[in-house]
Ligand binder design. Sequence first.
Ligand code: 5GP
Length: 199
Amino acid sequence: MSQEPTGLLFVISGPGGVGKDTVIEKLLQANPNLHYSVSFTTRPKRDYEVDGKHYTFVDEERFRNLIARGELLEHATVNGYLYGTSRTRVEKAQKQGQDVILKIDVQGAETVRKKRPDAIFIFIQPPSMEELMKRRRKRGAEPPEVMRERQKLAEREMSFASFYDYVVVNENADQAARDIAAIIEAEKRRRRVQPEPTP
Ligand code: 5GP
């Protein structure tokens, strides 16, 4: 019995400020068969962001509607805003044979783990907590209390690393992107359990 080729599903998480966006951008540039699944969010668009490329920006009512319609594979509240993965976008790309990348937080990853046990989970870690905070400070001034809150959140997120299949340290974005590409290549070659052949 021949089966249609389907792409794999990769979930990438990591604490805020670790450089996920840069690493994923480099990964996508070097691997055209990867499909980045654009999430829905209620967060306001940042100046450099493009609607439909970075996120699909929606209001809360539309987001609730997506949940009600069962259109979200997972959703979570991060920093007070709603974020969610489109089930249709993921399934469509996989059916077309593309490997799909989700960039989601640790709560979303937990949901995907339950719904899609076939997914592969990759956690991006900073070289150290000090380095993470240094990178965040470089990004722009945040009030000390916000910094403290973000550090607490980052520590909580880091404690989830051990639940992931792979941990990649982002010392350098080019190297981290190459590490993830190597994981993807290995996973594509992994022998997956097939149904017993009938004699
Ligand atoms: P940002 O607003 O800085 O782009 O992302 C904030 C956080 O939301 C990041 O940790 C990112 O991984 C997470 N995130 C982005 N899209 C989704 C999504 O669709 N689902 C979940 N659960 N988290 C997401």
